[in-house]
Design a protein around this ligand. Structure first.
Ligand code: ZN
Length: 176
């Protein structure tokens, strides 16, 4: 079975999903709360209302609007704890978006974090970009939830892969 597992509906994560699905005929997996957003013909409105958003987000926003949102039907809506082929587990991580989902492989101790977390080029953990995070309290709770998995390897939407990740993630989650 071919499948494309989506963490969330943002232009830098699903910008060409409709084309990819068309050429691959793959199943599209996403959280049931994110599926309605994927089915729309427009991107979400960034939640930021701060000065930082008006300065930085405004520029990004004009850039993002140049990419059309092609509707995609999620063929397999999932929820927290669902088991996927290949040994992956759905980990609902709301905050950045309400239906944001990470994927964890217990056998490989590997986490696909999406935008629930970021890493810097130097390997430091960071909170998701706040101007695009709809519920910061939920995002912090999601990071604490990910820390409990004690992943050894974390792959991010933004930033290099982090190895030996369990301890740094636990320390990061503790000070949120
Ligand atoms: Zn995002």
């Amino acid at each position: 079975m071919r499948a494309i597992a989506i963490t969330h509906d943002d232009v830098d994560h699903t910008g060409r999903l409709a084309s990819l699905q068309a050429v691959s005929a793959a199943e599209v997996i996403a959280h049931e709360l994110e599926a309605p957003r994927l089915a729309r013909d427009r991107w979400r409105e960034p939640p930021g209302t701060t000065m930082a958003f008006r300065l930085i987000g405004g520029v990004l926003e004009r850039f993002y609007r140049r990419f059309q949102h092609s509707p995609v039907r999620v063929s397999r809506p999932v929820r927290d704890g669902d088991a996927l082929p290949g040994g992956w587990i759905v980990v609902h991580t709301p905050g950045h978006t309400p239906g944001h989902t990470a994927y964890y492989h217990p056998g490989l101790h590997t986490l696909i974090a999406g935008d629930a977390l970021r890493s810097t080029p130097g390997g430091q953990l960071r909170f998701p970009m706040r101007i695009y995070t709809e519920d910061s309290a939920a995002a912090a709770q999601s990071i604490r939830k990910l820390a409990e998995l004690e992943p050894q390897v974390i792959c991010f939407g933004h930033g290099p892969v982090l190895r030996d990740a369990a301890a740094p993630l636990r320390e990061f989650a503790e000070v949120l």
